[in-house]
Write a protein of this length. Structure first.
Length: 135
């Protein structure tokens, strides 16, 4: 557990069962998830410069952390599903989750070159695999 931190953002999952905090301290960045109304919190440490933003699936079972690279997490098992984008810079510019919680739609640029135009990628929210991509 992290005892010293700066909390920079708070939020709830769509089902209000998880309270999330974005934290940083001495160059480290992480998110903590607190089960509501009570339960054992858990932390996701994020490598890199900052945490970025996060996006839940509508059913709150998946969490996409927009960092560089990005990560998809299973909030039920508390396990990572996949890493998205492996070459710096990789920058997700927008995220939308499907209403049935089966897909995340990403607009992104990068994967080695900041000067590329945005592309769209559809991810399977169950396993993190790419379903489709457009340029």
């Amino acid at each position: 557990a992290f005892t010293e931190r700066w909390i920079t953002r708070l939020g709830f999952s769509p089902d209000s069962r998880l309270l999330t905090t974005d934290n940083s301290w001495q160059g480290r960045h992480w998110m903590e998830l607190f089960p509501v109304p009570s339960g054992e919190p858990w932390a996701i440490e994020v490598p890199g410069i900052s945490l970025g933003t996060w996006h839940f699936s509508p059913d709150s079972s998946r969490l996409l952390l927009r960092s560089s690279p990005a990560f998809l997490w299973d909030t039920v098992t508390r396990e990572p599903i996949s890493q998205i984008g492996s070459t710096f810079p990789f920058h997700i510019t927008a995220v939308a989750a499907s209403a049935d919680s089966t897909r995340f739609h990403l607009a992104f640029r990068g994967e080695g070159n900041w000067l590329t135009p945005d592309r769209l990628r559809v991810l399977d929210a169950v396993n993190g695999n790419v379903i489709s991509e457009t340029t």
